[in-house]
Write a protein that binds this ligand. Structure first.
Ligand code: BMA
Length: 847
């Protein structure tokens, strides 16, 4: 097969005569920006000035010649990997395609339309707004779409996102701006082939154990003639040849194969990420006609939902091992996804791995991610919970919409099914719980707005998509991956028990009463389900990032610009209210930013620890959210520029494979040891009480067994006994778990909220570790330093940050730069450049 990628694109607004340079893959907004036709969409409140773009039609065109060897191919086709969204395509002014789904790829036979030189390809994008206004009118009533910012788009309450098979977050979200893009967002190629070609190679893993992997290679071959051929399938330790008879059209060939003692693929923390390259070759009379190579990892992955004493389990079993899922929810990395480079994707996934995660959820309001996202997840051992792209909305149920969804689902399942990281297909985000069909009291008040007939119509569309089309598509094309209809959901029972509540003892839970419900952080401990797939707490990005969208004069909580870069209505107020509850008042706006990081980190630490100590009742914790799509105040642990907030560091510490957790239960402190590794360890738990000058006041230690893949309560100490008459405002508990002189983990515990603690000014000493070329440092202090923040001039991350420093216990940290683009290693030891060191006391108002 031969192909050329089409480039040299130009674009214009449909009624204009001025053609401008375009970047493909890309989108109108990005192209307008590159041509200086609009100002930076992320700056200030510029978003509001750019809402005209989605009401216009846009055209892209290019011209191309065809090399003779390609032109001579008997089969020639144009492949559009992604068109966003309503596109009419003309080749040499002949209509060749009408596209209407951003998530589908389109292939068109153009053999009879092309010429050797001067071909013109023109793509006319109709405004998604004008297109879908017609559908809304036809339906006669609106559908709920909670996060669709139609007002910002000048559309009043007309929620159009539900009609378009297009990234839902383009229409705005409670962390994202409204930029309804149009454009060619994936590659366009002219491809030619002769005789036959392999269009798909799927390694279906039927049974994988340590001793054997039994598979069926499903090979899709398109042929332009009938005839005998041979298929060869090969990978390390396997070589199979089979006679086949090809007929004209699509042929499905299945080859059963087996590998003994396979090198299994594991998620991070449990083992290696081993891969196998499988190659399928079609030959005729010893001549190679076509071949295709795919990479996969051999593993078995199942969602285990088994009845038990408390309800029904919800966990992933990888190669027979129950895996506690640790991670976060992923949203698209940019409002303009084609701006996301390989390096930015890698920084995200490498950060997840560096933070001891093993799962990311590709949430349903974004996009089915690019192949390279999943390649990286495979390589870093990050399991993927994959939503279909439906979120917080009800959808139409007309046949055209349903057919479109079905093809979209099949194509994406087929595209992603060789990735060993793929652990689950989930129908949608929060729709079951928002509509709550079987309980009038539950839900977000959606269903009550409709007549009986409308309600039935809306729910039957839901059932058709999420209980029929999508599970059928997964069963027929992704055979070995489980399907879960909606996140969160309790059980597909068709009764009121179906819908997830904060008390559910089966299914997954999105717990939002801390934050949206203004409940105290401690409530995270009271609502622990079988799998916590969402919970979150906001903060601002750091000052460097805020400065990319705001002027000095905007630097206050309620300024127009700050409110604009906060898409959750009451967000800024909530941060402030929670801060007042737990912390002393920050002295100015930059201090407020720092304090918001500590607040967010403390909240999520509370949640993660509560979830992990409840293992194996609870078997997963994915906080909301790891990344941002623009610079904004949000729940993200890393900001738009990939800068780690305090939460990312706390997640890294709280997700450690072996961890100690301290839980206050009224008059006592409980000490848990949590392990995600597969063998028992023996060690010592040391519990020490220090005053803020570093005097050791109480010391207790205990030999402990850290049980494999478990969480156990290893020690309970009465607060009174531990305090031993000391003033609780002036002491800190330091608990560590040590094996063979190695400190596996340590945690601090304070008896009173930070608000009530007297901090004095520490002198923090940073000493370069000799022989490390300025990449490693030892930190010490003379008095307790709370949440020490190291801010480096260079971009990168520290091995730890925002940590507490107790006098006498020194802390060694390393700086890891964002790695070079071609190297595989994302974080390389490097010099941080100038480092500023501050701690909480520097940010507190002294009056
Ligand atoms: C969750 C998500 C998103 C949203 C977040 C914060 O429920 O699924 O819809 O951004 O809450 O409100």
């Amino acid at each position: 097969m031969k192909s050329i990628v089409l480039d040299n694109w130009k674009f214009k607004e449909s009624t204009s005569t001025e053609w401008l340079e375009a970047k493909v893959p890309g989108c109108v907004h990005a192209d307008l920006l590159h041509n200086n036709k609009i100002s930076d969409p992320f700056y200030g409140k510029n978003e509001m000035d750019l809402q005209w773009i989605d009401k216009r039609d846009w055209e892209y065109n290019t011209t191309f010649d065809i090399p003779t060897d390609l032109l001579n191919q008997p089969n020639l086709e144009l492949c559009f990997d992604g068109l966003d969204t309503y596109a009419e395509v003309y080749l040499n002014e002949q209509p060749i395609l009408s596209a209407h789904n951003m998530f589908r790829a389109w292939t068109v036979d153009v053999k009879d339309v092309v010429k050797k030189e001067g071909n013109s390809l023109r793509i006319y994008f109709r405004s998604p707004i004008n297109e879908d206004l017609i559908k809304l009118e036809k339906l006669g009533y609106g559908l709920p779409a909670t996060n669709d910012h139609s007002e910002d788009g000048g559309l009043g309450d007309k929620k159009l996102s539900v009609f378009a098979r297009k990234a839902p977050y383009h229409y705005g979200w409670d962390w994202g701006p409204r930029f309804v893009t149009s454009g060619i967002w994936k590659e366009v190629r002219l491809a030619g082939w002769t005789d036959s070609r392999i269009t798909d190679l799927y390694i279906q893993q039927n049974k994988v154990t340590e001793s054997v992997a039994e598979m069926t290679a499903v090979i899709e071959i398109q042929s332009d003639r009938t005839g005998e051929a041979k298929i060869r399938l090969a990978t390390e330790g396997l070589h199979i040849e089979k006679e086949i008879a090809l007929t004209k059209g699509i042929n499905l060939v299945e080859v059963d194969c087996k590998i003994n003692d396979p090198k299994l693929w594991w998620s991070r923390g449990l083992g290696e990420q081993n891969f196998y390259q499988f190659t399928a070759i079609v030959t005729k009379e010893e001549k190679v006609i076509t071949e295709k190579t795919v990479r996969t990892g051999l593993r078995s992955i199942n969602l285990i939902r088994a009845k038990d004493d408390e309800g029904t389990s919800f966990y992933f079993e990888l190669n027979g091992v129950p895996v506690f899922a640790k991670g976060a929810n992923h949203i698209p990395n940019d409002s303009f996804v084609t701006d996301v480079s390989y390096e930015r994707y890698r920084h995200e996934i490498a950060s997840a791995a560096e933070s001891n995660m093993n799962m990311l959820r590709v949430w349903g309001g974004g996009i089915y991610e690019h192949d390279l996202f999943y390649d990286l997840c495979d390589e870093y051992g990050m399991l993927v919970w994959q939503d279909f792209m439906f979120a917080c909305s009800m959808y139409p149920g007309d046949q055209a919409f349903l057919d479109n969804v079905q093809i979209e689902a099949e194509e994406n399942i087929k595209r992603l099914r060789n990735h060993p990281s793929l652990a689950l297909w989930c129908g949608n985000n929060e729709i079951d719980v928002a509509w709550a069909q079987y309980d009038e009291q539950l839900g977000w008040g959606w269903k009550q707005q409709y007549s009986k007939a409308q309600r039935e119509e809306i729910w039957s569309a839901y059932e058709e998509i999420f209980h029929k089309i999508l599970p059928d598509a997964v069963a027929s094309h992704g055979a070995t991956i489980d399907y879960w209809p909606s996140s969160p959901m309790s059980d597909l029972s068709g009764t009121s028990k179906q819908h997830s509540t904060y008390q559910s003892t089966s299914g997954d839970i999105h717990y939002w009463d801390v934050w949206h419900g203004l409940k105290p952080m401690e409530d995270y401990k009271n609502y622990v389900g079988r799998f916590m797939s969402e919970y979150g707490f906001q903060s601002f990005p750091e000052l460097k990032t805020v400065k990319t969208y705001a002027e000095e004069k905007d630097m206050e909580l309620e300024s127009d610009v700050m409110l604009h870069h906060q898409k959750n209505g009451s967000g800024n107020r909530l941060i402030k209210e929670y801060m007042d509850m737990y912390y002393k008042e920050p002295k100015n706006f930059p201090s407020f930013l720092y304090m918001s990081h500590i607040l967010q980190a403390d909240a999520i630490k509370t949640a993660i620890e509560a979830h992990r100590i409840n293992k194996p009742y609870c078997m997963g914790t994915l906080y909301w959210q790891i990344n941002d799509c623009w610079p904004v105040a949000s729940w993200a642990s890393m900001d738009y520029y990939g800068r780690w907030k305090a939460l990312q560091y706390i997640a890294k510490r709280s997700f450690k494979d072996v961890a100690v957790a301290i839980d206050r239960k009224e008059t006592r402190l409980d000490f848990y040891l949590i392990s995600d590794i597969l063998s028992d360890l023996s060690g010592t738990l040391a519990v020490k009480l220090y005053d803020f000058e570093g005097n050791l006041l109480v010391e207790k230690s205990k030999d402990v067994t850290i049980k494999a893949n478990n969480s156990s309560l290893v020690e309970s100490i009465q607060v009174k006994a531990l305090l031993n008459n000391q003033d609780e405002h002036k002491v800190v508990v330091y608990a560590s778990v040590v094996t063979d002189e190695e400190v596996l983990d340590s945690k601090e515990y304070f008896f009173v909220p930070m608000k009530n603690i007297d901090l004095t000014n520490p002198v923090i000493t940073v000493e370069e570790v000799e022989g490390t070329g300025g990449t490693e440092f030892d930190l010490t202090t003379n008095v307790l330093a709370k949440n020490v923040w190291l801010d480096a001039a260079n971009e990168g991350v520290f091995s730890d940050n925002y940590f507490d420093l107790i006098p006498g216990i020194s802390k060694r940290i390393t700086f890891l730069a964002r790695g070079n683009v071609n190297g595989h290693n994302a974080f390389v030891k490097a010099s941080p450049g100038k480092v500023s060191v501050k701690s909480m006391v520097d940010f507190i108002s002294q009056d």
